[in-house]
Design a protein around this ligand. Sequence first.
Ligand code: FAS
Ligand code: PHB
Length: 394
Amino acid sequence: MKTQVTIIGAGPSGLLLGQLLHKAGIDAVILERQRPDYVLGRIRAGVLEQVATELLDEVGVGERMHAEGLVHGGFDMLFNGVRHRIDLEKLTDGKKVMVYGQTEVTRDLMDARTAAGLPTVYQAANVQVHDFDTKTPRVTYEKDGQSHTIDCDFIAGCDGFHGVCRASAPRSAIKEYEKVYPFGWLGLLSDTPPVHHELIYVNHPRGFALCSQRSETRSRYYLQVPLTDKIEQWSDDAFWDELKLRLDPEAAEKLVTGPSLEKSIAPLRSFVTEPLRFGRMFLAGDAGHIVPPTGAKGLNLAATDVKYLSNALVEFYSEKSEAGIDGYSERCLKRIWRAERFSWWFTSIMHNFTDEGAINGKLQQAELDYLMHSEAGLKTIAENYVGLPLNFGE
Ligand code: FAS
Ligand code: PHB
């Protein structure tokens, strides 16, 4: 088989890239090692920046998001028993965020790809990338016991943190930066009405909590838990009891509990790969970077990565210019590091770092107190949360 771009991974990065390239008339094949229902079953991101919603509109899959998504103009930060509303709209001259689960984004992109009759190979096993340091890269994979080869011009590594693409880059050419946090997030999805009409981020002596949502009848909650915790230790009742202990009395009273539809523990890390380009192979999304989910940046960074990559490939094919692909890595990394910084900072002020001594808690409280009483402090939270403009700093 021959194509222009082989995309590895049918998560949001790969699927959005596929639609952007299709819109530009560039052929691409997506190889995904799992089944579609498995990809959809992973419960992940919940908040989209305006930049991401505009990209979904650009590729024509924004209709259901606008119909079912929840537009939020602010969120609450709860600490010392007091809730402080971060008025995103006022602090960013009108910007808001869209609460629309990654599962739905992925479903919309999958449906659009199928409707356009575009090639996606699910359950593609043993995907391997070859000769990406030449102008004729190849990808091999196995499907139903048959071996296949795809000759292409470019390989897009959209295969997530545990994918094959970054692992295939020459170690001498790659630098990886990593910070692993001493706790995880225990997430629970339930068909219960959200406890509040906006998100609530909680800094409590017992640990961080987050009250998020997927619709007016479906909620998503998180608790900071020790890295040693196993999901089997957490019954639904234990989860709800702990969440109530971390909420203020009003929210604890209002909280509607119910059976979990999904429950999982995710580790938190800050991770960046430099560079994001290896010859004719590019990394995008979680394949190139990971943020702690506190700042709701993971999915949004993936969207801008693939926008930059599709622009670069359009320039290559339409203008025979390599400027875009040569500048891809640097352009992405500038935005990535800004999101990494905010996600690390927001994680550092909202979580319980027991191993950093009592003074850390006091310093956190002092920082939170300052931020809530400073226009500049509130603005820095808001402008990063809604997403810095693409031309920020230019
Ligand atoms: P993905 O990991 O979503 O997709 C990669 C795809 O590549 C997968 O479908 C995988 O099966 C496939 N693949 C991997 N190796 C392959 C191979 N060798 N061959 C073929 N296919 C291969 N972000 C937020 O903003 N908020 C959150 O709350 C949040 N929670 C998260 C929880 C968890 C447990 C994880 C892991 C991430 C979370 N994220 C969150 C981040 C998440 O939303 C990512 O940013 C988003 O999934 C990025 O999308 P992709 O880059 O497409 O990577
Ligand atoms: C979610 O709804 O899953 C979500 C929302 C905001 C975050 C992280 C996760 O910061």
